[in-house]
Every structure is written in C-alpha cells, then in structure tokens.
Design a protein around this ligand. Structure first.
Ligand code: ZN
Length: 340
C-alpha cells in the first residue's frame, strides 16, 4: 500500500479539508496537534475542515510518551473517528500513526518539521525502541512555508536521517548476500537516490531556501515510499540506526534521531569502506553534528552504544552477529573524528 495523496507546496496546509473529503468516508476527524505548533497552524486546520463541513475534535500532544499515546488512543476509542490527523513534528506524527493503527482509521500526516522520515513512512520509532511497521499514511500534506519556519536544527536532523540511507542500503545488500535475506533493488535505489539528492543540494538546504526545503521534504517522502515498497524499514534503517537506538538507551540526554543517525552513518560508512569523510563533509555543510561534542553526548556513551548496537534488533548489518568490542568501537569513533 502507498499513500493515496501527497501534497507538497507553499500554503497547502489550507487544503487539508479538501484532501480528507476525497476519502469519501463519512464521519468525524480527530486532530492530534503538537503543543509547539498549535498556535501557529490550528486556525488553518480548523477553517479548512469547517469549509468542507467535516466535524472534528482536537487533542494537544506534548511528546511521544506512553502517557500521551494512551491519552490519544482513549479519545480515539470514545470518538470513533474515521480520519486521524497528526499535525506537528515527528513525535506527534508517530503518536497519530499509532492511534490511527489502533482504531483502524485513515491516517493523514501534516508535518510541521522535516526532522525524520517518520513524517511519510508506515513506521513508528518511539525513543528507546526499534522502529515498528504499523500504518501507511493515507495522505501527506506538507506545507513548505510552515516547515521552513521550523528551527534549522530540525532540518539538519532530517538530512542526517536521509544520509543514513547510504549505509542502510549497504547493510541490506550485505544481509542479502550473506544471509539470503530478501532484497528489493527498486526500494533500495529509491532510498539511495533520496540520500544522493541531499548530497547534491546540501548548500540550498543549508540556506533554508524554499527549493532546498522542498527537496528535503520530497526526499523524506521518497524514503517513506521506499519502506512501503519494501514492506519493512530495511531500505532506510541499518547499522547507523541501530547505533542511534542504542544511544537512546544508554545516553542520559540523547540528541535528535536524525542527528544521531548522521553521526552513525559516518562511522558505519568507515566500516563499509565507503568515503566516510565525504559523508561527514555533507553533514557539516547542512549544519548537522558530526562529533560526540556537537551531539552533546559524552564520548563514553558513543563507545558504549557502538558495542551494544548489534543487539538492538534481529537485523543483520556490518556489525555482524557479535558486534564491536570496546577497543574496536573506540578505534572506530576516533578514526572518524567522532571522539578525540
Ligand atoms: Zn530514521
């Protein structure tokens, strides 16, 4: 299954009602909206839904915690909506995706930031646990005006999550060759192409130009489509994601998902004998962190995460079945300049 409607452009948030009316489902909508963006976009959403006579309730979501997820699911079970909109950053979209999956409603993704590929994917990744394949968005409405105004850190993080596909795809190829795992060339190519688009347009994205942000959003959506085609997160999540999930578990104050995946990609590309310094340069160009210091994470946790990453989930990668020893992990992090 793939998203039925994808609308990317300036001012498209005002077309949310129009998109929902195309579903031809009768019933209520539930809007799950992020605390930080409520004051900025809720009027556009309400006006757009009222214009199409769509009745709705809205709930403000603070974060992707188990309490907030339980709250959203409880409201959804009471209200029985036919459509659930996730309006906000990656966490709010994840909560909405899980809720829509739970009550079997259509899920509409309205991202207000481009910080990771969850905005367009069928996968949910709540901090501290590996990603889970749940529900393909029925529609994605990505307003470039709104997304451009999000802090640059989120944009750089989105780039990190996409650059990660360079090693994710290599890990997938490896698992195919060594373990006979299914490998889809089309899905892999789509994920790789998204990463190459970021490489090619890094400067435009760094400037935050409309065309640069549009490209980033389209690349994130393409990654989501790659996962839909593959039927798993394989084309988009390899050893660099395992490192990021491991860091979420061990570090007292982890950084953003895409930021960690970017740093993971530098290290895993070194293991894959790819041009890791070139990947680091692209991350620097877009303003994403490339060292432990820039992530705000102590060197100790980088090494620790590297040694446990292979245990995070049953997914074969360059880390192999036994992972990295502490010595090997330290050597890797030092060789790539992630730690001093
Ligand atoms: Zn990711």
């Amino acid at each position: 299954m793939l998203p039925s409607y994808i609308i990317v452009g300036e001012g498209v948030i005002k077309r949310v009602g129009e998109v929902i009316s195309r579903f031809e489902v009768k019933g209520k909508a539930l809007v799950l909206i992020g605390e930080k963006v409520e004051g900025i976009v809720s009027d556009h959403i309400s006006i757009s839904l009222r214009e199409r006579s769509i009745s709705f309730d809205s709930v403000v979501i603070k974060e992707a915690s188990s309490e907030e997820i339980a709250k959203a699911i409880e409201v959804a079970k009471e209200e029985n909506p036919k459509v659930i909109l996730g309006v906000g950053g990656g966490s709010v979209i994840d909560v909405a995706k899980l809720t829509a999956n739970e009550v079997n409603a259509n899920f509409v993704s309205v991202p207000t930031a481009a910080s990771h590929d969850g905005i367009a994917s069928p996968v949910v990744s709540i901090k501290g646990s590996p990603s889970k394949f749940v529900k393909v968005p029925s529609a994605i409405v990505a307003d470039i005006d709104v997304i451009s105004k999000a802090p640059h850190r989120l944009i750089a993080s989105g780039c990190g999550d996409i650059i990660a596909k360079l090693t994710a795809v290599r890990d997938w190829e490896l698992a195919h060759k060594l373990k006979g795992e299914y490998y889809g060339d089309y899905a892999a190519s789509l994920a790789r192409m998204s990463a190459l688009m970021i490489v090619r347009h890094a400067e435009a994205i760094a400037k935050g130009s409309g065309s640069g942000i549009r490209l980033l959003v389209e690349a994130l959506i393409s990654c989501g489509v790659a996962m839909c085609i593959a039927g798993s997160s394989r084309p988009c999540s390899g050893s660099e994601h395992l490192f990021s999930h491991a860091l979420d578990l061990v570090a007292p104050k982890p950084a953003l998902h895409g930021e960690q995946c970017g740093v993971g990609t530098i290290m895993m590309s070194y293991l894959h004998k790819m041009k890791w310094y070139f990947i680091r340069k692209v991350l620097k160009t877009v303003g994403a962190p490339t060292t432990a210091k820039e992530l705000g994470v102590h060197d100790y946790y980088i090494v620790k995460a590297l040694t446990i990453a292979h245990k995070i989930r049953d997914r074969y990668t360059i880390l192999g079945e036994s992972g990295l020893s502490e010595d090997a992990a330290e050597r890797l992090a030092k060789a790539t300049g992630v730690i001093d």
